[in-house]
Design a protein around this ligand. Structure first.
Ligand SMILES: C[S@@+](CC[C@H](N)C(=O)[O-])C[C@H]1O[C@@H](n2cnc3c(N)ncnc32)[C@H](O)[C@@H]1O
Length: 419
């Protein structure tokens, strides 16, 4: 797979690998869409990017679009010469940029630069590393408790990874996906991954409320929950390697994420999103083939992904059989359980069209003498809408859109938006 890297001309440390849904990734002339323009170059054209797209990128890249030599345009400020260097594996674009950068590099920018560094080129060719160097820039603003939580969490994820690898399970998984995606009825091969709801390592808010809601769950200790998180993140790392997804195009979101989780994930080549991350709207609308891995997800999390995806054939779900979403669920208005409404009706439409394949599972001993399926994806299936079913399904679903606002009822009696 070829990768694109965009480099700031005056500071070569500012490099990013644009998301495949970004205009920076689509090498198409902005002035002549669909045309066969040659000599494409990046130019700054004010007002070309949406607010969502800007929020997901470092500021110096905003409003850069490809234009051919023949395109008439006026850059703001006047654009200078832009050159393109290409090699078989990577297209590297260097442009002259006279705009000053107004915003300080945020943590998200720093992570983007780390993931676009040479250390992360073709990362799937080397073994993953489950530690972060003590002098990493990402640790600078954190306190010692956070740093130690990050390092201990990484080593636990590493142990889960080693367990799945040493048993031969990861090879089995790679060969399973190899077969699925080489078959004649294969879905599109994912160019990005999205992991939802792995839960996090630093979940208590200032009032002591567990943001993942585990204190309200029965039948699991917090150690059990965390073991599930180690396996799920380790598994997600492997999905990125199997599909050769460039670092930072593996995105993960859980509303309980804190800076600790974002840095843990960054160390593994994953872009973690918090609830308040401005990039979330852009990265949750799946406009290119995306593997959506959501182990132990809530029914709404699966429904929301289906509802948001413009071309439904590009969403590959890796969760338990979605027919589980047809079981009673908590009604959106909090008025008890419902068999109808959202997401029940949406999923009922989905199952009329979907195709599914079972994914091999891995058995582990979570407790001595108690072997069971690893919590990386119990009874998971790969599920998607085949091209031949797209029209019929989207007619039943309607246009892609954001779900209605849902409220979550907190133990202390308050409410917050649940997304
Ligand atoms: C039932 S727990 C499952 C946690 C873990 N994946 C497991 O299998 O044990 C659901 C997780 O989904 C998260 N979650 C809730 N709403 C979400 C959303 N809209 N998108 C992603 N994750 C969400 C919760 O914070 C929680 O960590």
């Amino acid at each position: 797979m070829s990768e694109s890297v965009v480099v700031h001309p005056m500071n070569p440390r500012y490099r990013i690998r644009p998301h495949p849904g970004s205009v920076l990734h689509r090498r198409e002339c902005h002035a002549h869409p669909g045309g066969d323009c040659s000599h494409l170059a990046l130019h700054h054209v004010d007002g070309t990017w949406s607010d969502e797209e800007r929020a997901a990128h470092p500021e110096w890249t905003w409003n850069l679009v490809y234009l051919c030599r023949d395109a008439a345009h006026s850059c703001v400020p006047a654009c200078s010469f832009v050159s393109i260097l290409s090699s078989p594996v990577r297209l590297c674009l260097i442009f002259h940029l006279s705009r000053p950068v107004a915003r300080e590099s945020s943590v998200a920018d720093k992570i983007a630069y780390l993931h676009a560094s040479a250390d992360w080129d073709e990362h799937w060719l080397r073994e993953p590393c489950f530690q972060l160097s003590a002098d990493s820039e990402l640790l600078l603003a954190l306190n010692s408790r956070q740093v130690s939580l990050i390092q201990s969490s990484l080593s636990k994820i590493g142990r889960a990874y080693d367990d799945m690898k040493s048993s031969g399970y990861l090879d089995k998984l790679a060969s399973f996906f190899g077969d699925v995606f080489s078959s004649s009825s294969a879905p599109p091969r994912p160019t990005s991954t999205f992991g939802a709801g792995f839960s996090g390592y630093d979940r208590l808010d200032p009032d002591g409320y567990d943001r993942a809601g585990y204190t309200m769950a029965e039948g699991h200790s917090s150690t059990d929950w965390e073991a599930r998180t180690h396996y799920q993140i380790a598994y997600f790392v492997e999905l990125g390697r199997i599909f050769q997804i460039p670092a930072s195009l593996n995105v993960a979101y859980d509303p309980c994420y804190s800076i600790v989780d974002v840095v843990v994930l960054a160390a593994l080549g994953i872009r973690g999103l918090t609830r308040t991350d401005a990039a979330r709207p852009f990265l949750r609308i799946f406009t290119t083939p995306t593997l959506f891995y959501a182990p132990g997800a809530e029914q709404h999390t699966v429904g929301d992904a289906i509802l948001r995806t413009p071309d439904s054939t590009q969403l590959l779900l890796q969760v338990g059989d979605v027919t589980w979403c047809l079981e009673p669920h908590e009604a959106v208005d909090g008025s008890g359980e419902s068999y109808e409404g959202y997401p029940h009706d949406l999923i009922a439409a989905y199952v009329l069209s979907y195709k599914k394949v079972a994914i091999p599972a891995h058995r582990i001993e979570m407790k001595p003498g108690e072997a069971r399926e690893a919590p990386a994806g119990e009874n998971h299936l790969l599920q998607w809408i085949p091209v031949s079913q797209r029209e019929a399904f989207e007619k039943r679903r309607g246009p892609a859109r954001e779900p209605d606002i849902r409220m979550m009822y907190l133990p202390g009696g308050g409410q917050m938006i649940d997304d």
